[in-house]
Design a protein around this ligand. Structure first.
Ligand code: AMO
Length: 429
């Protein structure tokens, strides 16, 4: 039975093992040849002396890099070998050959441009650094699911094809859907609310969002993976506390489970005890006190976000109560001052990770806000009707998986944290 390279230990001296993987590197010292075998779990050294191993096996120890092989051999504990162990092969089989010049070097000795790497993601993924990013991403998703499941949330699957823009605006991709107008989903917003109204009360999901924004930045994609939640019988205070708890669980899970990956990426991850909440108005005051001329009522851009990160000096925090005018139509205006909304953004490393709000559950107010944003209530028929059929107060949030991965792994470009990124210029592979 095949085992992983990481399972080969010095204590297994003299036992027979079966391994499989890629030829990572080879070294030829005349009468001695070394082959480093790589699999999902790491590397192991295979060593053959001429005359001691069979001639056919000796010849195969200098196979070209990235050839896919399986082998049988004896474990030898050897203090000079990496991890103190190596394999003396008795049989090597070629499972597949490399027949092209590889454009990316999986040993990372030769650096390649991001574009070349993304064009050849299946080879790029063989490097330790890239693997570390996606191991961490997998933990982020798992931690998100774990925390919400533990808080009695159920996982749902919203549709990806929609008839009306869920976030408003023109940033939608039209699709040909038989004889009707349809779009790729911008977010699961309307559907997660319908699930709560339907009595599921607490739901989460990890859908793809499609945004037709013509951004060409290092923090924007056109296809994003959301980590979304919606909570019935909740206001913004409860939603912010669940969001904080979820985000902190993500950080502590990565710190605990991905120590090797963080070390590979040279990241020292801190897990704050709690996230402080600052209101938008307090944040505007901070900016103006620190020399920026910022007018109350508009949304923060990258410059303001960076400055606030510097002023506040905390790795993660929440900004709440944004002006109603800058938030999506479904955000609940504050009872005492309708100019501000019961909304919030979670910031980490000075970048927005998540945004959310208490939702409007009063149909008349919702219709008024849809009109106020220049949209046609007729396009939201099924959604508006739902609020006339017994809709509890509710709140929720959406978090971008690639943004969170980017911030935790300290990457400068979100494409590094997207297996197959979709941006204005990239639709393949
Ligand atoms: P929003 O539009 O803020 O909110 O999206 C939620 C989170 O998704 C990520 N994100 C992006 N990541 C990369 N590229 C993009 N172009 C991009 N756009 C968004 C961010 C952001 O915080 N329905 C609401 C959420 C809610 O209220 O529940 C929504 O979609 O991390």
């Amino acid at each position: 039975m095949r085992i992983y390279t990481s399972q080969v230990k010095p204590e297994m001296n003299d036992s027979e093992v079966e391994l499989a993987g890629w030829v990572h590197e080879t070294r030829d010292h005349g009468k001695i040849r070394f082959l480093i075998l790589r699999d999902k779990k790491g590397l192991v050294q295979v060593i053959g002396k001429k005359g001691i191993v069979g001639d056919d096996v000796f010849n195969l120890l200098s196979l070209p890099k990235e050839t896919v092989i399986s082998l049988r051999g004896k474990v030898k504990s050897s203090p000079q070998a990496p991890r103190g162990v190596e394999i003396i092969p008795s049989e090597i089989k070629i499972l597949n050959r490399v027949t092209i010049q590889l454009p990316v070097d999986p040993t990372s000795h030769v650096e390649a441009d991001l574009d070349v790497r993304l064009d050849n993601r299946h080879i790029d993924l063989r490097t330790k650094r890239v693997q570390a990013i996606f191991q961490i991403q997998s933990t982020i998703l798992r931690a998100f699911r774990e925390k919400l499941t533990s808080l009695d949330f159920e996982e749902i699957i919203p549709p990806s094809l929609i008839a009306a823009a869920s976030e408003g605006g023109a940033d939608v991709f039209p699709v040909i859907y038989f004889d009707k107008e349809a779009f790729l989903s911008q977010s699961p917003q309307l559907y997660k609310q319908l699930a709560v109204i339907g009595g599921m009360e607490r739901v989460f999901m990890t859908p793809q969002y499609f945004r037709a924004e013509k951004h060409n930045t290092t923090a924007h994609l056109n296809e994003i993976t959301g980590m979304d939640a919606e909570i019935g019988f909740a206001d913004h205070h409860l939603a912010m506390s669940i969001l904080s708890e979820t985000f902190l669980h993500i950080l502590s899970s990565v710190k605990e489970r991905n120590a090797d990956d963080l070390a590979e990426l040279k990241v020292e991850l801190n897990v704050p005890k709690k996230l402080n909440i600052y209101t938008y108005t307090e944040a505007v005051d901070m900016l103006n006190k620190h020399g920026m001329k910022f007018e109350w009522g508009t949304d923060f851009g990258r410059d303001e976000e960076r400055k606030l990160f510097e002023i506040i000096g905390e790795e993660a925090y929440i900004i709440s109560e944004y002006p109603t005018a800058v938030r999506a139509f479904y955000s609940m205006p504050n009872e005492n001052d309708p100019k501000i909304s019961n909304s919030y953004d979670l910031m980490y490393q000075g970048v927005e990770m998540s945004s959310g709000a208490q939702r409007i559950h009063i149909p008349e107010l919702l219709e008024k806000q849809i009109r106020a944003k220049g949209m046609n209530p007729a396009n939201f028929g099924f959604y508006l009707n739902a609020f006339k059929s017994g809709a509890p107060p509710h709140a929720g949030f959406g978090m971008g998986l690639q943004r969170v991965t980017m911030a935790i792994t300290r990457q400068k470009n979100i494409r590094e944290c997207t297996l197959f990124p979709r941006d204005m210029h990239r639709l393949t592979p």
